[in-house]
Ligand binder design. Structure first.
Ligand code: SF4
Length: 404
């Protein structure tokens, strides 16, 4: 990324609430990152000149989000940078930026830069103090993951409806504010506040619910505006969700880079990446520890273990999100899940692979219920009836296998 670009306003499409941590961390480090408003009816639609409908849903939604921003009267293209993550590899994620460049140019936004952060370099190179920035993002991201896990484990059982959501929103604000102030002790206090609130939340667990693991394409599974609030729909149908986290992806990028440096014989870089991995896990234990007694699986399963999980289904050298989806499904099935929900954009290569493998995986895990949910555009995935049937199967599985 161009160094002078650090003075411009960087816009990042809303993917999930972790975006606000990125915004706060960058503010602390003197860089302006603004999260775009979440997608809405207008932006979750194929109606975008330059796309054919065969692109991945996250690609055209994020492009529509930035075009919506560009229509604002105070928007200055020459002072704006569109921040877009990217990954190398066989899936279409690596192609988004080229298409988006063409579309922005067609809309007269040639002056607007697109800055790419890439999994290949573990997202290095942003801001004047990228190390500090990455540390703040890491700690804040871990805290948001922890908060979401608490929400999903407690909300289905709360006695007074809406209490868990209230704690979530105030807790999120506290995490974001403490990140803006430099993390550390401030973040610790925010986490302690959240833990106390969940400890005091009144719950009724007399009727245990089947646990549903939600895996699949990262943007879609984490963006409740784009996935029609799939977590809430599962809860309304009688389940409790374990959502594959955001930080899992960042652990994966570190692991992937480590493997790459090993294969290339770049031993110094390999050693540095190994230390980074150790540091990331250490920070997870520091940040999440105060909440560990409230969560069934408080810490992320190491990527090396997820990779071991896929061995009989998929060659890990092929990478992509399919690796994580399959590895996580096995992890969930061995940690009490009674159903797996694979969320994917229409024609998503990684999602299709996971769906294919899912049938074999089911056989190996006592026919654990599995549902693939495909999203195309707004309002075209009527899943309520399928979810109810799936939850019925998961409840049977829960009684037959998990409680036996
Ligand atoms: S993971 Fe799926 S939706 Fe995402 S870029 Fe790859 S093919 Fe597209």
């Amino acid at each position: 990324m161009n160094k002078n670009s650090n003075n411009k306003i960087h816009y990042i499409p809303y993917m999930c609430d972790h975006s606000y941590v990125l915004e706060a961390a960058s503010a602390h480090c003197g860089m302006i990152i603004k999260t775009l408003p979440p997608p809405d009816e207008e932006t979750i639609d194929f109606d975008l000149p330059g796309v054919t409908g065969r692109e991945c849903l996250p690609c055209f939604v994020t492009t529509n989000d930035i075009l919506r921003q560009a229509k604002q009267p105070d928007f200055e293209p020459a002072n704006s940078v569109f921040l877009m993550p990217r990954a190398n590899g066989p899936c279409r994620f690596g192609q988004y930026v080229s298409l988006q460049r063409d579309i922005l140019d067609d809309h007269g936004l040639q002056d607007m830069e697109i800055a790419v952060s890439c999994a290949g370099n573990s997202y290095q190179g942003f801001g004047d103090d990228p190390t500090k920035l990455r540390k703040l993002i890491w700690d804040g991201g871990l805290a948001v993951d922890m908060l979401q896990k608490l929400l999903h484990e407690y909300r289905p059982y709360e006695i007074h409806k809406g209490q868990a959501d209230k704690i979530y929103h105030v807790g999120l604000d506290k995490i974001v504010q403490s990140t803006r102030e430099g993390g550390g002790k401030q973040l610790y206090h925010a986490v302690k506040w959240i833990v106390k609130e969940f400890e005091n939340l009144l719950v009724d667990r007399s009727e245990p619910r089947p646990i549903i693991g939600v895996i699949g394409e990262i943007y879609l599974r984490l963006n409740h505006h784009a996935n029609q609030s799939i977590v809430r729909q599962v809860e309304d149908a009688g389940g409790e969700v374990r959502l594959a986290s955001l930080m899992e992806w960042f652990y994966y990028t570190t692991w992937d880079y480590k493997e790459l440096t090993k294969v290339r014989g770049e031993y110094f870089e390999f050693f540095v990446t190994k230390l980074t991995d150790m540091y990331q896990h250490y920070r997870e234990h520091v940040v999440v520890k105060p909440a560990a007694h409230l969560l069934k699986q408080p810490y992320e399963t190491p990527i090396a273990d997820l990779v071991k999980n896929v061995r009989s289904y998929y060659d890990s050298a092929l990478g992509t999100e399919a690796l994580l989806s399959i590895g996580k499904s096995v992890d969930l099935a061995t940690h009490g899940a009674s159903g797996i929900l694979n969320v994917m954009p229409f024609s998503c290569m990684a999602g299709i692979i996971a769906a294919g493998v899912g049938q074999r995986l089911r056989r190996d895990y006592k026919d654990i219920p599995w549902l693939d949910v495909i999203f195309e555009s707004k309002g075209n995935t009527n899943i309520t009836t399928r979810l109810e049937a799936f939850l019925y199967q998961a409840t049977q599985y829960h009684r037959r296998i998990v409680l036996e």
